[in-house]
Design a protein around this ligand. Sequence first.
Ligand code: SAM
Length: 234
Amino acid sequence: MEGVAFGARAAAVPARMTTVSRHYFGGDASESDHDLRVDIIENIEEDYGMFVWPCSIILAEYVWQQRSRFSGSKVVELGAGTSLPGLVAAKVGADVTLTDIAHNTEVLNNIRRICTLNDASCTVSGLTWGDWDEPIFDLHPDIILGADVLYDSANFDDLFATVTFLLENSPGAVFITTYHNRSGHHLIEFLMVKWGLKCLKLLDGFSFLPSCKAASLQGNIQLVEIALDKEKRK
Ligand SMILES: C[S@@+](CC[C@H](N)C(=O)[O-])C[C@H]1O[C@@H](n2cnc3c(N)ncnc32)[C@H](O)[C@@H]1O
């Protein structure tokens, strides 16, 4: 691959600023001791969706640690970008659909290249939050993933409209998301009440992260599992 460098956070190649980062799971999550490696093509000069954000590293680790739950399940990743959590889910045996903004062909094509690079057979599909295009009606996920998708308040209602639709379309499904907790838990609580959802689990993202990964990440990142609140929907 021309203009591509390899490494845990490989040095950028100035011509195209394209790198391939390596992500290890299992063992002591090091290059020499791991059970799974996923390679991600990134471009730090391009779109938000062309970079592995810290929330994605934390959500991917969670998927790995919960791999027996993911094996055999149907997974949809929203705002997948470079798709690390979805790829880990695919590698542990989930049937995975990776989605991002429908018109963003650069991000969608990068996802396809990443799937090929990792020999992962995922479906890649445009899905813009709050848009009701045909593909969304065929999605019946057991688990919806979203890493760092709560970063622009202008999009929160569109995102939650899509999440709520998918949860209603797939009885028993859960939405698992990691986000930067900049203003306390109030934001997510407000959104859950507004959309008739409830919190099943709330974790500090660093509480389950191996120390070698935590050392390179900063911030207050939370992981929340969300489901429909049937009581509020009666
Ligand atoms: C901060 S990036 C996170 C990317 C990736 N999940 C990660 O954590 O590395 C936000 C992602 O959401 C996608 N996104 C933003 N607005 C969107 C929308 N309205 N519909 C669908 N995806 C959207 C972006 O293209 C981008 O891939």
